[in-house]
Design a protein around this ligand. Structure first.
Ligand SMILES: *Cc1c(COP(=O)(O)O)cnc(C)c1O
Length: 512
């Protein structure tokens, strides 16, 4: 029975005591779901095809054994995938508190516009005369990105943040080589996202750490001390992954430039400053923007993201091809064949086809529906929500940098103060039983047992309060040393999986 208290529905106290297992393994209205290979059989089919009239057209190449795919009836197929989908958690179900991810609501308006046939049904190999509207959309989005960042150029083709990092470093490499000064080292702060050192290494650079100060920011003096003729670039995330603004950014850029190196900014956290700070004013030479974070396009496991890279005047000539240009009111896609001398210094091509049309359409729809003022409110509300979480929980969870003042878009807690033997992992697993996807854990590494929570601007106060209440309850159990928390989650389809084994020895193929 539901009870009303202070105008909101609250549930009665949970029943305590041993929770008996079910005979079937099913829970409430959730069925245990086997693999599709385990429920299907080759004799079953959801559709009857007529015998194919291919004769011996394929000769030796004709299949002579069953293909081995599971056969299911239509209702079995529908149920299988619907059941699996109910075991998933997504932004449309509740707060998705992952830090360093910006998992915000994707407005349905964007989805509707991205499905307009004029945007959705075009092909990258169509003649440009037939896709003038699409090119105009890309050009308009590019204009917004340049305006919001205060940078003169943008490459729209990178497919994700990490891909954008590579684009930026390849442009930096091209610029340095063009002046006959190829350098070998990229400096990365200890709080950097893992993609930064990975990208630098992938681009062929030696990676060196720069330490953080006790207040969670880049140690400017240590950075200055390391700069020298071998340093090609510094990669800085701003706001950084501790959820803090790098106040010394301009001094960092000046020092890096004075040493002949370039500044790459990881702009994945642009959501916290959009409409308020222009990275171009901070001396940045290249920065990727994750459209799937700041501009509300859906995240997809390495899939349909987009990571445009803005460039300074110094790097613009080295930007990749192709790009959209406009001549006498006509849009063109400038490719290798058409680039001419003017773009001879481009480092080349990163992708087969230009851009991610669906993402561009969603991002521009989001930008236009907010306008410049609305985007400033986006960052303001994102920061407000993160600080609300930080202040609401800092009496139960250790917040190492909260003493230094407010945070930006994400609240960082540590495992300090949990009972002996209780860890961040236990808190995360307990949160699943309370109905929420866990926060980012054990990242950034500069904090012991880190818990990084990013609510974004799209959560209401009621939604935040619900999440805070859940995390508070779990944190209190972890501080009190509640043994039941060690085996949480108790209500998920699976309890604790061996995460190390899953990562080290993944079983990706089903065998009979
Ligand atoms: C998400 C993120 C990235 C990587 O972006 P992808 O689009 O996932 O490749 C890089 N740096 C930071 C700080 C991020 O949050």
């Amino acid at each position: 029975m539901m009870m009303l208290s202070e105008g909101r529905v609250t549930r009665p106290e949970a029943v305590s005591g041993e929770i008996p297992a079910t005979v079937t393994g099913n829970r409430a209205l959730m069925l245990e779901e086997p693999l599709i290979f385990e429920i299907g059989s080759p004799e079953t089919t959801g559709v009857d095809f007529p015998e194919a009239a291919v004769g011996d057209r394929f000769g030796d190449l004709a299949r002579n054994a069953p293909i081995g795919l599971p056969g299911l009836s239509e209702p079995e197929t529908v149920r299988h995938y619907t059941r699996l989908s109910r075991q998933n958690y997504g932004i449309d179900l509740g707060v998705f508190p992952l830090g360093s991810c910006t998992m915000k609501h994707n407005p349905r308006l964007n989805e509707k516009i991205a499905r307009f046939p004029g945007f959705a049904d075009i092909h990258p190999l169509q003649p440009v005369d037939t896709v003038q509207g699409a090119l105009k959309l890309i050009d308009e989005l590019a204009h917004w990105l340049k305006m919001l960042t205060g940078m003169p150029a943008v490459a729209m083709s990178p497919k994700a943040g990490a891909h954008g990092e590579l684009c930026g470093l390849l442009a930096i490499r091209a610029a340095l080589e063009a002046r006959g000064d190829a350098r070998s080292v990229v400096l990365v702060p200890t709080s950097a996202h893992g993609t930064n050192p990975a990208t630098a290494a992938f681009a062929g650079y030696a990676v060196e750490d720069i330490p953080a100060t006790p207040d969670g920011r880049v140690d400017l003096e240590a950075l200055k001390g390391r700069l020298g003729p071998d340093v090609a670039a510094v990669m800085i995330t701003n706001p950084n992954t501790c959820g803090l603004f790098e106040r010394d950014m301009k001094a960092i850029s000046d020092a890096v430039h004075a040493a002949g190196a370039l500044v790459y900014c990881d702009g994945a956290n642009f959501n916290a400053i959009v409409g308020r700070v222009r990275p171009g004013d901070l001396g940045i030479d290249a920065m990727h923007i994750n459209l799937h974070k700041t501009f509300s396009t859906p995240h997809g496991g390495g899939g349909p993201g987009a990571g445009p890279v803005v460039f300074s005047e110094a790097l613009a000539p080295f930007a990749p091809l192709p790009f959209v240009d406009k001549e006498d009111g006509h849009y063109l896609l400038v490719e290798e064949e058409t680039a001419g001398d003017h773009h001879a210094s481009s480092f080349g091509r990163m992708v087969a086809f230009h851009g991610q049309m669906g993402m561009f359409t969603r991002a521009l729809a989001y930008i236009l529906s907010h306008g410049a003022d609305g985007l400033a409110q986006v960052s303001g509300d994102a920061v407000l929500n993160a600080n609300y979480i930080l202040r609401s929980l800092s009496d139960v969870l250790d917040a190492p940098f909260a003493v230094g003042g407010p945070c930006m878009h994400e609240a960082l807690f540590s495992d300090d103060g949990l009972a002996e033997g209780f860890t961040t992992l236990d808190v995360a697993k307990g949160l699943i039983d309370e109905g929420f996807h866990p926060m980012t854990m054990y990242f950034p590494l500069v904090v012991h047992g880190a818990m990084l929570v990013e609510p974004t601007e799209t959560e209401s106060k009621a939604g935040l309060d619900q999440f805070i209440a859940a995390l508070r309850a779990v944190a209190e159990r972890a501080k009190a040393g509640d043994p039941a928390l060690k085996s949480a989650p108790h209500f998920a389809p699976r309890a604790r999986l061996d995460e190390t084994l899953a990562a080290r020895k993944p079983v990706l193929v089903w065998k009979d």
